[in-house]
Design a protein around this ligand. Sequence first.
Ligand code: NA7
Length: 557
Amino acid sequence: MTIGSTSAAKRDGAAQYDAVIIGAGFSGMYQLHLLRDRLGLNARVIERGDGVGGTWYWNRYPGARCDSESHSYSYYFSDELLKEWEWSERYPQQPEIVRYLNFVADKLDLKRDIQFDTTVTGAVYDEKANLWRVSTDDGETVSAKYLITAVGCLSSANVPDIPGRDTFKGKWYHTGQWPHEGVDFTGKRVGQIGTGSTGIQAVPVIAETAKHLTVFQRTANYSIPAQNHPLSAEFKAWAKENIDEIRQTMRASTNGHPFLINERKVFDVSAEERRKIYEKAWEVGGLRFRASFNDLLLDKAANDTAADFLKSKIGEIVKDPVTAKNLAAIDHPFATKRPPIDTGYFEAYNRDNVSLVNLRDTPIVEITENGVKTTDGEYELDIIVFATGFDAMTGSLLKLGIVGRDGVTLNKAWEAGPRTYLGIQAAGFPNMFTITGPGSPSVLCNMPVAIEQHVEWVADCIETMEKDGIDRIEPTEEAVTGWVDHVNEVANATLLPQAGHSWYLGANVPGKPRVFMPYAGGMARFRGICDEVAEKGYEGFVLSRDNADSQAEAVNA
Ligand code: NA7
């Protein structure tokens, strides 16, 4: 265990806090700042890594870069922070994001209240004392009235249990648990399994040094060029001069990005005009492509026009016709899985040292001591890279060993899929808040925007509770059921559930319940709902106060 950047000592020997926050990424850091520096509470962050960064602390794989534009991938609660920090590229690379988060942590003096190198092993609600007892792998147990999980949506690595995996004599790595010292691919035969956002970023970079890279593709994927570039002095100045405007756009937009989705519909324009619009969007690059029309995720025929355009681009770029055909054999509507953006992904297949294996035609049978064996034969490898994604949204929460009222575990409560109200609380788990939890926009949004909204809502809620002497808050079962229904309803109004193999649905992890987890109703709408709930005295939640006999009495029923 280390606390802060230098100390290895226990913090004050104090075992009781107002709040324990799990995770020191974007969410946990901001939550600590608000609870400690705005509300004056005694808060401790517990973090598994030995530094801040959360998801970005772990995802150090080659080519790791954010898909949100850097000037929007920042905390917007402080103009001072925005003015002082300078991003170098349109899309920030992993090391720059970690540097940014360290800059914020140092500026706000957060590290002194972060306990690094410590894994939470259990969090049990003690009903009598109305405290969460949080135990860690160093044998310590601390208590807190409030438990806030800030564990990220994509932080629990999904390493597929392919038969024979552990017999492999070479080295294997998962992109989300990448060694800090890096991996040298020089002269090596590398196999990469997975072609999601991560795999698509990693391929061109690994190809630069590997002797040969074999990419094992199960589901073909769309990808749009990031058109990444260094930021000009003019742009940097513009971003600093227009903070309010950028903030306002991000808050008004469906996905929390600094651009709005165009109002026009696909069939409002001629085929020729549409082609021009797509060409222009391709040149601009990145997630802005998705904003070309407002019905891309609502109307399959409209979506097909974008899908066809993107597939035709693969054919134009990739020279080998069989490889091009396999890469373009995409079976889901555009953007119903997280749309990757890339730097030279399809182009990498024109290199002599890169080849593609279509696992739909020739599935993996096993991993042998020499490499990967498909139904077509064995591929001898020195290194296997698993770019196989995450047990997303719920994986990290369910690993915490959370036990709520009456000894009910979170795993039991969410057996058939996650059940929250506003993605922030689960019934039966009083005073536990899940930042960007399932049922909130989270991964469908530019994450810092979703995080700031949830963190601020929680801070306001706790402030109200402390001011009014409220002992606990938890949602009613009815509110949770209503919210789960609403989350399903808004997802079903879109094409999103049509990608049957998406991690949004939990479909990438064998045995995981198939439930559409993020809130697809848009960030702006979600913010409005959360604000209204608070304004109405936390409608859907029960706020209670203990009476003289320590019996809980609802105060807002
Ligand atoms: P993703 O998007 O879940 O992609 C994982 C990839 O790995 C995807 O192509 C999967 O194919 C493939 N995969 C997973 N398990 C296997 C097995 N057992 N065999 C073969 N292929 C497999 O994860 P990423 O890390 O790329 O991206 C996660 C998010 O991070 C991203 O969306 C951004 O929000 C940032 P499948 O599609 O399941 O057939």
